[in-house]
Design a protein around this ligand. Structure first.
Ligand SMILES: Cc1cc2nc3c(=O)[nH]c(=O)nc-3n(C[C@H](O)[C@H](O)[C@H](O)COP(=O)(O)OP(=O)(O)OC[C@H]3O[C@@H](n4cnc5c(N)ncnc54)[C@H](O)[C@@H]3O)c2cc1C
Length: 384
Protein backbone atom coordinates (compact mmCIF):
# COMPACT_ATOMS: atom_id res chain seq x y z
CA UNK A 1 0.00 0.00 0.00
CA UNK A 2 1.49 3.34 -1.04
CA UNK A 3 -0.91 6.03 0.06
CA UNK A 4 1.63 8.73 -0.63
CA UNK A 5 1.99 7.66 -4.25
CA UNK A 6 3.71 10.16 -6.44
CA UNK A 7 1.36 10.81 -9.35
CA UNK A 8 -0.11 13.89 -7.64
CA UNK A 9 3.35 15.27 -6.90
CA UNK A 10 4.81 17.54 -9.62
CA UNK A 11 7.61 15.79 -11.48
CA UNK A 12 10.28 18.21 -10.31
CA UNK A 13 9.50 17.38 -6.66
CA UNK A 14 9.68 13.61 -7.01
CA UNK A 15 13.44 13.36 -6.56
CA UNK A 16 13.29 15.01 -3.14
CA UNK A 17 10.27 12.88 -2.27
CA UNK A 18 12.28 9.74 -2.97
CA UNK A 19 15.22 11.00 -0.90
CA UNK A 20 12.86 11.80 1.97
CA UNK A 21 11.20 8.40 1.78
CA UNK A 22 14.48 6.54 1.91
CA UNK A 23 15.64 8.69 4.80
CA UNK A 24 12.37 8.22 6.69
CA UNK A 25 12.43 4.45 6.22
CA UNK A 26 16.06 4.16 7.27
CA UNK A 27 16.36 6.70 10.05
CA UNK A 28 12.97 7.91 11.30
CA UNK A 29 10.59 4.96 11.30
CA UNK A 30 12.86 2.42 13.05
CA UNK A 31 13.69 4.88 15.87
CA UNK A 32 10.36 6.62 16.29
CA UNK A 33 8.90 4.55 19.10
CA UNK A 34 12.11 4.73 21.14
CA UNK A 35 12.25 8.52 20.95
CA UNK A 36 8.55 8.76 21.67
CA UNK A 37 9.02 6.77 24.85
CA UNK A 38 12.17 8.54 26.04
CA UNK A 39 11.05 12.03 25.02
CA UNK A 40 14.64 12.79 24.10
CA UNK A 41 15.73 15.24 21.44
CA UNK A 42 16.65 13.17 18.35
CA UNK A 43 19.99 14.88 17.78
CA UNK A 44 21.50 11.89 15.97
CA UNK A 45 18.66 11.77 13.47
CA UNK A 46 18.87 15.52 12.98
CA UNK A 47 22.56 15.16 12.18
CA UNK A 48 21.85 12.33 9.75
CA UNK A 49 19.20 14.50 8.11
CA UNK A 50 21.77 17.25 7.74
CA UNK A 51 24.26 14.83 6.16
CA UNK A 52 21.54 13.70 3.78
CA UNK A 53 20.88 17.31 2.70
CA UNK A 54 17.30 17.24 3.95
CA UNK A 55 17.46 19.75 6.81
CA UNK A 56 17.13 23.53 6.41
CA UNK A 57 17.24 23.28 2.65
CA UNK A 58 14.34 25.63 1.92
CA UNK A 59 16.97 28.39 2.09
CA UNK A 60 18.09 29.42 -1.37
CA UNK A 61 21.32 28.29 -3.04
CA UNK A 62 22.59 31.86 -2.85
CA UNK A 63 22.85 31.47 0.93
CA UNK A 64 24.07 27.89 1.03
CA UNK A 65 20.84 25.84 0.88
CA UNK A 66 19.14 23.84 -1.88
CA UNK A 67 16.29 26.30 -2.35
CA UNK A 68 13.64 23.58 -2.10
CA UNK A 69 10.35 24.70 -3.61
CA UNK A 70 7.06 24.53 -1.73
CA UNK A 71 6.16 21.39 -3.71
CA UNK A 72 9.46 19.74 -2.75
CA UNK A 73 8.94 20.72 0.88
CA UNK A 74 5.41 19.35 0.91
CA UNK A 75 6.56 16.09 -0.68
CA UNK A 76 9.30 15.72 1.93
CA UNK A 77 6.89 16.61 4.74
CA UNK A 78 4.34 13.95 3.85
CA UNK A 79 7.08 11.32 3.97
CA UNK A 80 8.62 12.49 7.26
CA UNK A 81 5.31 12.76 9.13
CA UNK A 82 4.12 9.41 7.91
CA UNK A 83 7.21 7.99 9.63
CA UNK A 84 6.91 10.09 12.80
CA UNK A 85 5.52 13.52 13.58
CA UNK A 86 7.78 14.35 16.54
CA UNK A 87 11.01 13.61 14.70
CA UNK A 88 9.56 15.18 11.55
CA UNK A 89 8.97 18.43 13.41
CA UNK A 90 12.48 18.47 14.86
CA UNK A 91 13.94 18.06 11.39
CA UNK A 92 11.77 20.84 9.98
CA UNK A 93 12.17 23.27 12.87
CA UNK A 94 15.90 23.64 12.23
CA UNK A 95 15.11 26.45 9.77
CA UNK A 96 11.80 27.60 11.25
CA UNK A 97 11.17 31.28 10.57
CA UNK A 98 14.20 31.81 8.33
CA UNK A 99 12.10 32.51 5.26
CA UNK A 100 11.20 35.92 6.66
CA UNK A 101 14.88 36.74 7.07
CA UNK A 102 15.56 35.59 3.53
CA UNK A 103 12.67 37.67 2.15
CA UNK A 104 13.13 40.83 4.21
CA UNK A 105 16.58 40.81 5.80
CA UNK A 106 19.71 42.72 4.83
CA UNK A 107 22.68 41.08 3.10
CA UNK A 108 24.70 41.35 6.33
CA UNK A 109 21.96 39.62 8.34
CA UNK A 110 21.66 36.84 5.80
CA UNK A 111 25.39 36.18 5.73
CA UNK A 112 25.63 36.19 9.52
CA UNK A 113 22.48 34.23 10.38
CA UNK A 114 20.91 32.57 7.36
CA UNK A 115 23.99 30.98 5.83
CA UNK A 116 25.04 29.08 9.00
CA UNK A 117 21.53 27.55 9.18
CA UNK A 118 21.60 26.52 5.52
CA UNK A 119 25.07 25.06 6.05
CA UNK A 120 23.78 23.18 9.11
CA UNK A 121 26.15 24.87 11.52
CA UNK A 122 23.31 26.53 13.41
CA UNK A 123 19.61 25.97 13.97
CA UNK A 124 16.86 28.54 14.33
CA UNK A 125 13.41 28.85 15.89
CA UNK A 126 10.37 31.11 15.62
CA UNK A 127 9.13 32.78 18.80
CA UNK A 128 5.63 34.18 18.41
CA UNK A 129 3.24 32.53 20.91
CA UNK A 130 3.05 33.70 24.50
CA UNK A 131 1.76 32.15 27.71
CA UNK A 132 -1.44 34.23 27.55
CA UNK A 133 -2.15 34.04 23.84
CA UNK A 134 -1.22 32.20 20.68
CA UNK A 135 -4.11 33.03 18.37
CA UNK A 136 -4.34 36.81 18.69
CA UNK A 137 -1.24 38.01 16.89
CA UNK A 138 -2.16 41.63 17.64
CA UNK A 139 -2.60 40.83 21.32
CA UNK A 140 0.96 39.75 22.13
CA UNK A 141 2.54 41.69 24.97
CA UNK A 142 6.30 41.11 24.66
CA UNK A 143 7.83 44.53 23.94
CA UNK A 144 10.95 45.76 22.19
CA UNK A 145 12.06 49.31 22.98
CA UNK A 146 14.85 51.25 21.39
CA UNK A 147 17.68 52.36 23.67
CA UNK A 148 20.42 54.15 21.71
CA UNK A 149 21.79 51.59 19.29
CA UNK A 150 20.10 48.58 20.92
CA UNK A 151 16.66 47.02 21.25
CA UNK A 152 15.64 46.00 24.76
CA UNK A 153 13.16 43.13 24.86
CA UNK A 154 10.92 42.22 27.77
CA UNK A 155 8.26 39.54 28.04
CA UNK A 156 7.68 35.83 27.68
CA UNK A 157 7.28 33.40 24.83
CA UNK A 158 5.75 29.95 25.15
CA UNK A 159 5.71 26.78 23.05
CA UNK A 160 8.80 27.84 21.14
CA UNK A 161 10.27 24.98 19.12
CA UNK A 162 14.04 24.80 19.72
CA UNK A 163 13.88 27.73 22.18
CA UNK A 164 16.60 25.93 24.16
CA UNK A 165 18.42 24.18 21.29
CA UNK A 166 18.46 27.00 18.73
CA UNK A 167 21.37 29.37 18.11
CA UNK A 168 18.97 32.21 17.38
CA UNK A 169 15.24 32.78 17.08
CA UNK A 170 13.11 35.11 14.99
CA UNK A 171 11.15 36.90 17.69
CA UNK A 172 7.89 38.81 17.34
CA UNK A 173 7.52 41.78 19.67
CA UNK A 174 5.46 44.90 20.16
CA UNK A 175 7.15 48.11 19.04
CA UNK A 176 4.17 50.45 18.72
CA UNK A 177 0.99 51.42 20.53
CA UNK A 178 -1.45 52.54 17.86
CA UNK A 179 -4.90 51.45 19.05
CA UNK A 180 -6.43 52.25 15.67
CA UNK A 181 -4.02 50.03 13.80
CA UNK A 182 -3.22 47.10 16.09
CA UNK A 183 -1.57 45.12 13.32
CA UNK A 184 1.15 47.68 12.68
CA UNK A 185 2.42 47.57 16.24
CA UNK A 186 4.67 44.55 15.81
CA UNK A 187 8.17 43.90 14.51
CA UNK A 188 10.47 40.91 14.02
CA UNK A 189 13.96 40.55 15.47
CA UNK A 190 16.88 38.18 15.27
CA UNK A 191 17.59 37.18 18.87
CA UNK A 192 20.68 35.02 19.49
CA UNK A 193 19.91 32.61 22.32
CA UNK A 194 23.09 33.60 24.14
CA UNK A 195 21.97 37.26 24.35
CA UNK A 196 22.06 38.73 27.86
CA UNK A 197 18.54 38.50 29.36
CA UNK A 198 17.43 35.52 27.22
CA UNK A 199 16.51 32.46 29.25
CA UNK A 200 14.75 29.34 28.06
CA UNK A 201 13.63 26.11 29.64
CA UNK A 202 11.79 23.14 28.22
CA UNK A 203 8.06 23.12 28.84
CA UNK A 204 6.44 20.21 30.69
CA UNK A 205 6.37 16.72 29.25
CA UNK A 206 3.92 16.35 26.39
CA UNK A 207 1.61 13.43 25.66
CA UNK A 208 2.54 13.62 21.97
CA UNK A 209 5.21 14.92 19.60
CA UNK A 210 7.61 13.79 22.25
CA UNK A 211 10.69 13.85 20.01
CA UNK A 212 10.31 17.58 19.45
CA UNK A 213 11.21 20.15 22.09
CA UNK A 214 9.40 23.37 22.93
CA UNK A 215 10.48 26.04 25.37
CA UNK A 216 9.24 28.76 27.67
CA UNK A 217 11.43 31.79 26.99
CA UNK A 218 11.82 34.67 29.42
CA UNK A 219 13.19 37.97 28.12
CA UNK A 220 14.39 40.19 30.87
CA UNK A 221 15.94 43.40 29.53
CA UNK A 222 17.29 41.26 26.73
CA UNK A 223 19.56 43.48 24.61
CA UNK A 224 20.23 43.02 20.93
CA UNK A 225 21.93 45.37 18.44
CA UNK A 226 19.62 47.71 16.50
CA UNK A 227 20.62 46.05 13.23
CA UNK A 228 18.86 42.85 14.33
CA UNK A 229 15.47 44.27 13.32
CA UNK A 230 14.16 42.30 10.32
CA UNK A 231 12.63 44.43 7.55
CA UNK A 232 10.76 47.54 8.62
CA UNK A 233 9.66 48.48 12.11
CA UNK A 234 5.92 47.79 12.42
CA UNK A 235 5.93 45.28 9.56
CA UNK A 236 6.12 42.14 11.72
CA UNK A 237 2.48 41.08 11.53
CA UNK A 238 2.40 41.35 7.74
CA UNK A 239 5.67 39.43 7.28
CA UNK A 240 4.36 36.74 9.60
CA UNK A 241 1.01 36.49 7.79
CA UNK A 242 2.82 35.95 4.48
CA UNK A 243 5.13 33.39 6.09
CA UNK A 244 2.18 31.48 7.54
CA UNK A 245 0.68 31.01 4.08
CA UNK A 246 3.70 28.97 3.13
CA UNK A 247 3.85 27.30 6.56
CA UNK A 248 0.21 26.24 6.51
CA UNK A 249 0.52 24.70 3.07
CA UNK A 250 3.33 22.63 4.60
CA UNK A 251 1.41 21.78 7.79
CA UNK A 252 -1.18 20.19 5.50
CA UNK A 253 1.60 17.68 4.83
CA UNK A 254 1.86 17.00 8.58
CA UNK A 255 -1.80 15.99 8.51
CA UNK A 256 -1.46 13.91 5.35
CA UNK A 257 1.53 11.97 6.68
CA UNK A 258 -0.31 11.20 9.91
CA UNK A 259 -3.52 10.24 8.08
CA UNK A 260 -1.61 7.92 5.74
CA UNK A 261 0.07 6.25 8.71
CA UNK A 262 -3.30 5.74 10.43
CA UNK A 263 -4.82 4.15 7.33
CA UNK A 264 -1.83 1.84 6.86
CA UNK A 265 -1.90 0.71 10.48
CA UNK A 266 -5.65 0.15 10.59
CA UNK A 267 -5.83 -1.67 7.26
CA UNK A 268 -3.09 -4.09 8.25
CA UNK A 269 -4.68 -4.73 11.63
CA UNK A 270 -8.19 -5.54 10.38
CA UNK A 271 -6.85 -7.84 7.70
CA UNK A 272 -4.88 -9.84 10.25
CA UNK A 273 -7.45 -9.88 13.05
CA UNK A 274 -10.23 -12.46 13.30
CA UNK A 275 -13.64 -12.31 15.02
CA UNK A 276 -16.73 -14.52 14.68
CA UNK A 277 -14.70 -16.91 12.51
CA UNK A 278 -13.88 -14.25 9.93
CA UNK A 279 -11.27 -11.69 9.21
CA UNK A 280 -12.47 -8.42 10.72
CA UNK A 281 -12.08 -6.61 7.41
CA UNK A 282 -14.95 -8.73 6.01
CA UNK A 283 -17.53 -6.86 8.11
CA UNK A 284 -19.23 -4.17 6.10
CA UNK A 285 -19.08 -1.54 8.81
CA UNK A 286 -15.31 -2.03 9.03
CA UNK A 287 -15.05 -1.68 5.25
CA UNK A 288 -17.10 1.52 5.48
CA UNK A 289 -14.74 2.90 8.12
CA UNK A 290 -11.78 2.17 5.87
CA UNK A 291 -13.63 3.70 2.92
CA UNK A 292 -14.37 6.87 4.89
CA UNK A 293 -10.73 7.16 5.90
CA UNK A 294 -9.78 7.04 2.24
CA UNK A 295 -12.46 9.63 1.38
CA UNK A 296 -11.07 12.10 3.90
CA UNK A 297 -7.45 11.40 3.04
CA UNK A 298 -7.73 11.55 -0.75
CA UNK A 299 -9.83 14.71 -0.79
CA UNK A 300 -7.49 16.41 1.67
CA UNK A 301 -4.48 15.37 -0.38
CA UNK A 302 -5.96 16.62 -3.65
CA UNK A 303 -6.73 19.93 -1.97
CA UNK A 304 -3.28 20.19 -0.38
CA UNK A 305 -1.49 19.82 -3.69
CA UNK A 306 -3.83 22.29 -5.37
CA UNK A 307 -3.30 24.73 -2.52
CA UNK A 308 0.48 24.37 -2.70
CA UNK A 309 0.37 25.51 -6.31
CA UNK A 310 -1.91 28.44 -5.44
CA UNK A 311 0.33 29.52 -2.56
CA UNK A 312 3.48 29.23 -4.67
CA UNK A 313 1.82 31.44 -7.31
CA UNK A 314 0.53 33.95 -4.72
CA UNK A 315 -2.99 33.33 -5.97
CA UNK A 316 -5.27 34.11 -2.99
CA UNK A 317 -2.65 32.29 -0.92
CA UNK A 318 -4.17 32.97 2.50
CA UNK A 319 -7.44 31.34 1.56
CA UNK A 320 -5.90 28.25 0.01
CA UNK A 321 -3.36 27.79 2.78
CA UNK A 322 -6.03 27.92 5.49
CA UNK A 323 -8.37 25.63 3.55
CA UNK A 324 -5.64 23.09 3.02
CA UNK A 325 -4.20 23.22 6.57
CA UNK A 326 -7.59 22.80 8.26
CA UNK A 327 -8.80 20.07 5.91
CA UNK A 328 -5.67 17.92 5.97
CA UNK A 329 -5.09 18.17 9.71
CA UNK A 330 -8.70 17.21 10.35
CA UNK A 331 -8.35 14.29 7.95
CA UNK A 332 -5.56 13.18 10.30
CA UNK A 333 -7.70 13.40 13.45
CA UNK A 334 -10.54 11.62 11.63
CA UNK A 335 -8.34 8.78 10.38
CA UNK A 336 -6.57 8.43 13.72
CA UNK A 337 -9.88 8.23 15.57
CA UNK A 338 -11.25 5.60 13.15
CA UNK A 339 -7.96 3.74 13.38
CA UNK A 340 -8.29 3.57 17.15
CA UNK A 341 -11.82 2.19 16.82
CA UNK A 342 -10.68 -0.51 14.41
CA UNK A 343 -7.86 -1.59 16.71
CA UNK A 344 -10.34 -2.36 19.50
CA UNK A 345 -8.75 -2.74 22.94
CA UNK A 346 -5.28 -2.92 21.45
CA UNK A 347 -5.62 0.69 20.35
CA UNK A 348 -4.67 1.92 23.82
CA UNK A 349 -1.44 -0.02 24.12
CA UNK A 350 1.55 2.30 23.95
CA UNK A 351 3.42 -0.27 21.90
CA UNK A 352 0.93 0.08 19.03
CA UNK A 353 1.81 2.81 16.60
CA UNK A 354 -1.83 3.76 16.17
CA UNK A 355 -1.88 5.16 19.72
CA UNK A 356 1.11 7.39 18.90
CA UNK A 357 -0.55 8.58 15.68
CA UNK A 358 -3.76 9.29 17.60
CA UNK A 359 -1.96 11.44 20.13
CA UNK A 360 0.21 13.21 17.55
CA UNK A 361 -2.79 14.00 15.37
CA UNK A 362 -4.02 16.41 18.07
CA UNK A 363 -1.22 18.88 17.37
CA UNK A 364 -1.41 20.01 13.72
CA UNK A 365 -5.00 21.14 14.29
CA UNK A 366 -3.58 23.62 16.83
CA UNK A 367 -0.25 25.01 15.63
CA UNK A 368 0.36 27.50 12.83
CA UNK A 369 -3.00 28.94 13.80
CA UNK A 370 -5.69 26.74 15.35
CA UNK A 371 -8.34 25.40 13.01
CA UNK A 372 -11.10 27.74 14.28
CA UNK A 373 -8.77 30.59 13.25
CA UNK A 374 -8.34 28.91 9.85
CA UNK A 375 -12.12 28.87 9.50
CA UNK A 376 -12.19 32.62 10.17
CA UNK A 377 -9.59 33.10 7.43
CA UNK A 378 -11.40 30.83 4.97
CA UNK A 379 -14.68 32.67 5.45
CA UNK A 380 -13.12 36.12 5.20
CA UNK A 381 -10.93 35.38 2.19
CA UNK A 382 -13.27 33.14 0.20
CA UNK A 383 -13.81 34.50 -3.31
CA UNK A 384 -17.21 36.19 -3.49
C1 LIG B 1 3.67 21.11 19.79
C2 LIG B 1 3.51 22.56 19.58
C3 LIG B 1 4.52 23.28 18.96
C4 LIG B 1 4.42 24.68 18.81
N1 LIG B 1 5.46 25.37 18.26
C5 LIG B 1 5.43 26.74 18.25
C6 LIG B 1 6.57 27.48 17.81
O1 LIG B 1 7.61 26.93 17.42
N2 LIG B 1 6.50 28.84 17.85
C7 LIG B 1 5.38 29.51 18.28
O2 LIG B 1 5.38 30.74 18.29
N3 LIG B 1 4.27 28.81 18.70
C8 LIG B 1 4.28 27.45 18.69
N4 LIG B 1 3.18 26.73 19.14
C9 LIG B 1 2.02 27.46 19.66
C10 LIG B 1 0.78 27.39 18.77
O3 LIG B 1 0.99 28.13 17.61
C11 LIG B 1 -0.40 27.89 19.62
O4 LIG B 1 -0.66 26.91 20.61
C12 LIG B 1 -1.63 28.14 18.77
O5 LIG B 1 -1.47 29.26 17.94
C13 LIG B 1 -2.89 28.36 19.65
O6 LIG B 1 -2.61 29.33 20.62
P1 LIG B 1 -2.96 29.03 22.17
O7 LIG B 1 -2.45 27.69 22.51
O8 LIG B 1 -2.46 30.19 22.94
O9 LIG B 1 -4.52 28.98 22.22
P2 LIG B 1 -5.58 30.24 22.38
O10 LIG B 1 -5.16 31.27 21.42
O11 LIG B 1 -5.57 30.59 23.83
O12 LIG B 1 -6.87 29.54 21.97
C14 LIG B 1 -7.63 28.71 22.87
C15 LIG B 1 -8.87 28.24 22.13
O13 LIG B 1 -9.63 29.37 21.69
C16 LIG B 1 -9.87 29.30 20.29
N5 LIG B 1 -9.88 30.64 19.73
C17 LIG B 1 -9.04 31.68 20.04
N6 LIG B 1 -9.34 32.74 19.29
C18 LIG B 1 -10.39 32.41 18.50
C19 LIG B 1 -11.16 33.08 17.50
N7 LIG B 1 -10.90 34.34 17.14
N8 LIG B 1 -12.15 32.41 16.88
C20 LIG B 1 -12.42 31.14 17.22
N9 LIG B 1 -11.74 30.44 18.16
C21 LIG B 1 -10.73 31.06 18.78
C22 LIG B 1 -8.71 28.48 19.75
O14 LIG B 1 -9.03 27.87 18.52
C23 LIG B 1 -8.54 27.44 20.85
O15 LIG B 1 -9.46 26.42 20.67
C24 LIG B 1 3.25 25.34 19.27
C25 LIG B 1 2.21 24.60 19.85
C26 LIG B 1 2.34 23.25 20.02
C27 LIG B 1 1.20 22.50 20.68
Amino acid sequence: MDLLEESIVPEDARGVKQEAREFAETHIEPNAQEYFESGEYPREILEKGMEAGLVAQGISEEYGGRGLSLAETLALTEEFYRADAGIGLTLQLAEFGTQMLEDHGTEEQKEEFLRPVAENEQISGLAVSEPETGSDLAGMTTTAEKDDDEWVINGEKYWIGNGVEADWVTLYAKTGDDENDRYSNYSLFIVPTDSPGYEAEHISEKMCYRASKQAHITLNDCRIPEEHLIGTEGGGFYMLAEFFNHGRAVVAGHGLGLAAAAIEEASTFVHDREAFGRSVNEFQSVQHDLAEMRMEFESARALAWRAAEKVENHDNAGYWAALSKATATEAATFCAEKGMTLFGGRSVLNENRISRIYRDSRVPVIYEGSNPIQRNLIYRQAPR
